[in-house]
Design a protein around this ligand. Sequence first.
Ligand code: ATP
Length: 420
Amino acid sequence: MTEVQLQEFKLEPDSELRFEVESKNEKVVLEVKTGYAELFGTELVKGKPYEFHTGAKVAVFTWHGCTVELRGRTEVSYVAKETPMVVYLNVHAALEQQRIAAEDQGTRGPVAMIVGPGDVGKSTLTKLLLNYAVRMGRRPIYVDIDVGQGHISIPGTIGATLVERPASIEEGFSQQAPLVYHFGHKSPGDNVELYKTIVSRLAEVVTERCEHNKKASSSGLIINTCGWIKGTGYKMLTHAAQAFEVDVILVLDNERLFIELKRDMPKFVKVVYLPKSGGVVERSATQRTEARDVRIREYFYGTRTPYYPHSFDVKFSDLKIYKVGAASLPASCMPLGMRAAEAKTRLVAVTACAPLAHRLLAVSFAAAPGDDVLHSNLAGFICVTAVDAERQTLTVLSPQPRPLPNTVLLLSELQYMDNH
Ligand SMILES: Nc1ncnc2c1ncn2[C@@H]1O[C@H](COP(=O)(O)OP(=O)(O)OP(=O)(O)O)[C@@H](O)[C@H]1O
């Protein structure tokens, strides 16, 4: 049921206002009138209007008490007094102790990985801990290995970025030259070998960069993961824990996972169980698809700051398009000496034209398929908006004007319908 257009809420200390914007093309404006409030760890400026659009699920938390005004139609809006924020703040304090020790001794800061099933608030806790760290003057590294949403770049990728200031309410963490690796699918299960390869590579490069940045090194890492926690999903989590040499695992709302990790992790890894917030909203498959679409649209068109992408034709023969992973064949049919697992990380040249329509292509820094493409960072993405089979050309949407760099393009399974 929809509610009134203008609402004012008085929040007691240690409580939060939760609201959702659901109606199509709706806009809700939030303003803090008195007191202090924060949104997933980012402080809100008193008297400044913040806009939220369709799909937003928000919690405005206050440690000291405040008055908040909402303008626009919200499907749900209520004040909750029970939140796990004190527990989360204690986690931050413990990480901070580790950072202080790391700084004193010139060692590496805490490497914390957040795990749990889908929709328990993993991404939200990641953001909160990063925001609190950066507000204390730290420079933590944000690592996202959740290919389903791709918070650092776009869905179908994993990445890492140095956090130097709190996330902006509208645009998230600002990113300067993030490290991004291509996966090309929505779930790690679609190519487990490739997922392991790129997670290991990302861990390697992040560790290397930390060696040259003392401040980042002592601030540590916060790693957000996928909600796939059973069977192979669990193995992917333990593989990531090993690759990043984590020393803290925060398990949100799943006792079985907590017990399994406590059993399987080496003794020096602290496994901590945390409750989820009652405010975390479950998302349907459709909402997840929509969120992915929004993420891709933002990549090309921007959020608050608009971007103006370019659209142009390119000859198919001028492009080096590859997909990762050959079709799986029985072992007896594999080329001599090749294992099935190796086939999953092989580059296969893409020849067909028509099925490329609306697909995303990752622009690699690698110039040729022989140059260890999977270990190369990505320069960006383009989207194929039309295919002309007769002229053998593709129309692409690109953040940069033509010409496209003469590098390898990696085909993603993700699609985007450009109807901007
Ligand atoms: N306290 C809260 N009140 C209201 N909404 C919240 C709260 N915490 C999180 N949310 C919202 O709930 C949704 C799901 O949270 P989040 O993305 O953090 O979960 P997740 O576990 O990372 O999900 P996934 O498994 O998809 O990665 C988000 O839209 C987020 O904004």
